[in-house]
Design a protein around this ligand. Structure first.
Ligand SMILES: Cc1cc2nc3c(=O)[nH]c(=O)nc-3n(C[C@H](O)[C@H](O)[C@H](O)COP(=O)(O)OP(=O)(O)OC[C@H]3O[C@@H](n4cnc5c(N)ncnc54)[C@H](O)[C@@H]3O)c2cc1C
Length: 419
């Protein structure tokens, strides 16, 4: 296994992540689960803080550190077809790579909107994606996993083998182990219809209210992400994906969106799913320093839409993102996975380049209207985030599982459920 330190010429390629610059003393680059286990035992014996890294795109910025160790899984990045619809994916693969690999097999897995994001971070927390209403969360497709637990043992888990650990991995994976391989059931997706719409918005509250109603009424083949630039002149871009290759059928589903007020430009195309993801391939240099808060909600009701319209006027706010959840995501019971939010229709995320108190204060009126949150969209590190991400029954079960599988609290870096 290669081990990178500050003395190595290419240290620069391994020290930073997308959202943070770092100065780790040692970066392990394991090639196998056995080497991950060795790296973990070494890190435990060393005693300094250590981080787990897959794609290095974690919004919570915990996949690098200063002076500690990093277990970087980028070399575990294979995508292998195991059966007609079954694929084994390494945590270090990026989602664009996964989507490209699956496309020739006529398959796809819903991930997020970014092709740069790594498999490990997203597939252990949820995966709110552009095929989400059609197919569910990414974790809903997980059939088995290979995990290195705190004692260094490599375990193969599924619904029958260590089912409690398998349940915890699907939503709180970072708390219970290091996933070294994911086995997913992918879905047949020869292509999608993708619409990119641009809006100039006069009445933000009215727009959001209507947007919410249209999304909720849309057939579940359709998932819709809205990115709203804050300011006096509110502008928005929407990415809408219909899990259907028939452009005509897709256009019909898009109809209500195309009639919304303020539409200034539309691009509708049939495309492979991988083309719908935004991928830059940029090296990581801590370039994204924005702060974000987020929550989940059933409806963009008049009251919330009004609060969001006000929020968009706050100087500290730069972008608000509203991603559809609902549809197939809500087919599972809240108790089915450690991600328990199975009734909401929207994820609301607010982004601030400046952050600080002004951002936190501006978020308060939105926060008090939210019903749960998604850990992967949060830059804050407060204890309440754990209780908002995991409802009481889920958190109690998670804590019990954590006590059993990680009694020494080794995996305490990323929204530790033990606190
Ligand atoms: C531009 C951008 C767009 C995004 N869009 C979406 C979206 O549409 N939908 C969505 O759901 N999310 C989205 N995200 C959030 C993304 O899913 C998370 O930030 C995710 O954690 C990134 O995964 P990673 O492997 O790249 O992260 P890393 O930074 O490598 O890891 C983050 C943390 O996750 C844990 N972790 C990582 N790998 C493993 C593993 N193998 N086993 C156990 N724990 C592990 C560790 O605690 C690690 O420190 C987006 C993020 C960005 C930056």
């Amino acid at each position: 296994m290669d081990i990178i330190t500050a003395q190595d010429a290419d240290y620069e390629n391994y020290r930073h992540v997308y959202t943070a610059r770092g100065n780790p003393s040692t970066v392990f680059l394991p090639n196998t689960a056995q080497e991950v286990s060795f790296a973990l035992s070494t890190a435990r014996a060393d005693g300094r803080p250590f981080a787990i890294r897959s794609g290095g795109h974690g919004i919570s910025s915990v996949s690098t550190n200063d002076g500690g160790l990093v277990i970087d899984l980028r070399r575990l990045n294979s995508v292998v077809r195991l059966g007609p619809q079954t694929v084994a994916v390494g945590p270090g693969a990026r989602w664009e790579q996964v989507a490209r690999s699956l496309h020739p097999w006529g398959l796809a897995l819903s991930s997020g909107d970014s092709g740069d994001v790594g498999v490990g971070g997203l597939a252990t927390t949820g995966g709110i994606g552009l095929l989400g209403r059609a197919h569910g969360l990414t974790i809903d497709h997980l059939r088995a996993a290979e995990v290195v637990t705190a004692d260094g043992t490599i375990r193969h888990i599924d619904a029958d083998q260590d089912p409690d650990l398998f349940w915890a991995v699907r939503g709180a994976g970072a708390n219970v182990g290091i996933v070294t391989s994911f086995v997913f059931d992918a879905r047949p997706v020869p292509g999608v219809v993708q619409a990119t719409l641009f809006f100039g918005i006069q009445d933000a509250a009215g727009f959001l209210h209507t947007w919410g109603e249209i999304v909720e009424a849309a057939p579940r083949e359709l998932s819709a992400f809205l990115y709203i630039a804050a300011g006096d002149a509110v502008q928005a871009q929407a990415t809408i994906v219909v899990a259907d290759t028939d452009e005509e059928a897709g256009r019909q589903m898009l109809g209500p969106f195309l009639s919304m007020p303020g539409l200034v430009q539309q691009i509708v195309r049939s495309t492979p799913y991988f083309e719908a993801l935004v991928t830059t391939g940029e090296p990581h240099a801590g370039q994204q320093t924005a702060k974000s808060h987020n929550g989940l909600i059933d409806h963009l009701s008049g009251d919330l839409s009004g609060a969001l319209a006000q929020h968009l006027k706050e100087p500290a706010i730069d972008v608000v993102m509203i991603r559809s959840v609902g549809g197939a995501i809500n087919d599972l019971a809240a108790s089915a996975t450690a991600y328990a939010h199975r009734h909401q229709n929207f994820s609301v995320m607010s982004v601030s380049m400046t952050g600080g108190n002004a951002f936190d204060l501006a978020w308060n009126p939105i926060h008090e209207r939210m019903d749960g949150m998604y850990l992967s969209f949060e830059t804050g590190h407060l204890d309440r985030h754990v209780t908002e991400a995991f409802p009481p029954e889920t958190l109690a079960r998670l804590r019990e599982i954590k006590r059993r599988w990680d009694p020494d609290g080794v995996f305490n870096q990323n929204f530790n459920v033990a606190v």
